[in-house]
Design a protein around this ligand. Structure first.
Ligand code: HEM
Ligand code: HEM
Length: 150
């Protein structure tokens, strides 16, 4: 498993832990459902999306027979997705607490998250569009050992 696949899968389950604890807390204390948007985005952008991202980074090159377009872009994507979601969580929390600063914080986090998602779009697009590499189709070859064929 490549390090960036592992990093996305680990981040995903870490967000799952945060999300279920928050969900459980909202179930126990109904007044805390003001934090519903936080729970929703931790679950969907954190757990669900990051798990899909990690699995996609593993399977897309192997299914398409093409090396990943850019490993540095995968690193950027991980940092933007996680930093963006942390800032979004802070923004949702500030908004739920009735603080006007929540909007600017949420917009900042949302913009960072969006840039990260667009990096992923570019990554998958360029990967499947690249010339075919027979070596990339080998199922257990670490992607770092592959070179682009042109
Ligand atoms: C331990 C597990 C979970 C608990 C205890 C829990 C609890 C809750 C609670 C209390 C609410 C607020 C409901 C309300 O406003 O009345 C909620 C909303 C929501 N949860 Fe969870 N949740 C859990 C897991 C998940 C998971 C795994 C996902 C998605 C992957 C998820 C997605 C959502 C969504 C999308 C909403 C918003 C629903 C809406 O706006 O109608 N939850 N959850
Ligand atoms: C840049 C990324 C995103 C930003 C900035 C963002 C922002 C927001 C905002 C401001 C709301 C309204 C929350 C409120 O009512 O207080 C919202 C609601 C919601 N968003 Fe997102 N969102 C993003 C991505 C996503 C993604 C990727 C999903 C699903 C995979 C999603 C699912 C939802 C759902 C289900 C709601 C309704 C929540 C509810 O009513 O409880 N969002 N989002």
């Amino acid at each position: 498993m490549d390090w960036f696949v592992k990093a996305f899968v680990k981040a995903s389950v870490a967000w799952l832990a945060v999300g279920v604890i928050l969900g459980m807390s909202m179930a126990i204390v109904p007044a805390w459902t003001v934090y519903r948007a936080m729970h929703v985005h931790v679950m969907l952008l954190g757990f669900v999306t990051m798990f899909i991202n990690g699995v996609a980074y593993h399977v897309v090159p192997r299914l398409s027979g093409r090396p990943l377009w850019s490993i540095p872009a995968a690193r950027w994507h991980w940092w933007l997705a996680n930093a963006g979601l942390c800032v979004m969580v802070a923004g949702f929390w500030l908004r739920a607490s009735g603080l006007a600063s929540g909007t600017i914080v949420l917009s900042t986090g949302g913009t960072i998250t969006t840039i990260g998602a667009l990096v992923f779009v570019l990554q998958v697009w360029r990967t499947v569009d690249a010339p075919l590499s027979v070596r990339a189709a080998a199922p257990l070859v670490p992607l770092q050992s592959l070179r682009r064929s042109g």
